[in-house]
Design a protein around this ligand. Structure first.
Ligand code: PXP
Length: 243
């Protein structure tokens, strides 16, 4: 079922990955954000990791200055990063689990196991007049715990779905889990986003899930950009999710 407009928020972390590979001044994340916006991105997303492996502190105010749509900052439950968020006021903080040894965010937040910590952090975010979204696996108990912790927005982790062999039974099963999770989250009043591992081959079915607000997509768009340019890569994804 298709419901309304889904925003495409382009994650440009891997433009910074390329820059940090040589500690050079290029490619510019600001220029990348501008190109993505001009190509139709509804928002720009970055993850300021505690190890600063790609996005750097200075990127945040520079991006804040030029982003016209939604600016989303992904971050761990970290006082240090929250201070940076308070100074720069992105439109949304997506709270993710973070491990130093991981290649990318591996699973959703363990809200049940870290209930009090999550609740207290959400309160702090609210007090700072910022908005938070919790990045969670498509699991009904976790969604309920997110509600009990005071969250109003969640991002469903699409990684398990994205890792499946294309058109496999497992992929269909993972899609049905995401569909159930999105419907349940909507019934609890959540604004529901989704992301992780989405690419031109698997995004269509996700874009047709019940009432999603935003898709946050990075690695596949930046990878396509190496071959066909960022402008074309954003347009291609935008066409797939809204076509
Ligand atoms: N959503 C969240 C919460 C993430 O942590 C990431 C990775 O930074 C993404 C979406 C984008 O994932 P990908 O780069 O695989 O598209």
């Amino acid at each position: 079922m298709k419901n309304g407009y889904i925003s495409l928020c382009v994650n440009i972390d891997h433009v910074a990955t390329l820059r940090q590979a040589r500690f050079s001044s290029y490619p510019s994340v600001v220029e990348a954000a501008q190109i993505a916006q001009n190509a139709g991105a509804d928002g720009i997303t970055v993850h300021l990791r505690e190890d600063r492996r790609h996005i750097q502190d200075d990127d945040i105010p520079a991006l804040k200055n030029i982003i016209k749509g939604k600016f989303t900052l992904e971050m761990a439950i970290s006082e240090e990063i929250l201070d940076i968020a308070k100074r720069n006021k992105p439109d949304l903080l997506t709270i993710v689990p973070e491990k130093r040894e991981e290649l990318t965010t591996e699973g959703g937040l363990d809200i049940i196991g870290q209930f009090e910590k999550t609740k207290a952090f959400l309160e702090e975010v609210n007090k700072a007049s910022l908005k938070a979204s919790l990045f969670i696996d498509p699991n009904l108990e976790t969604i309920k715990a997110a509600k009990d912790a005071g969250a109003e927005r969640i991002e469903l982790h699409t990684g398990e779905y994205a890792n499946c062999k294309l058109n496999s039974e497992e992929m269909k099963y993972q899609l049905s889990q995401l569909s159930k999770a999105a419907k349940y989250a909507k019934s609890l009043g959540f604004l529901v986003n989704a992301g992780h591992g989405l690419n031109t081959s698997n995004v269509k079915a996700i874009s047709q899930l019940h009432s999603l607000e935003e898709l946050h997509i990075g690695h596949s768009i930046i990878s396509r950009a190496v071959l066909i340019g960022l402008n074309e890569a954003v347009k291609e994804m935008k066409h797939l999710i809204s076509g």
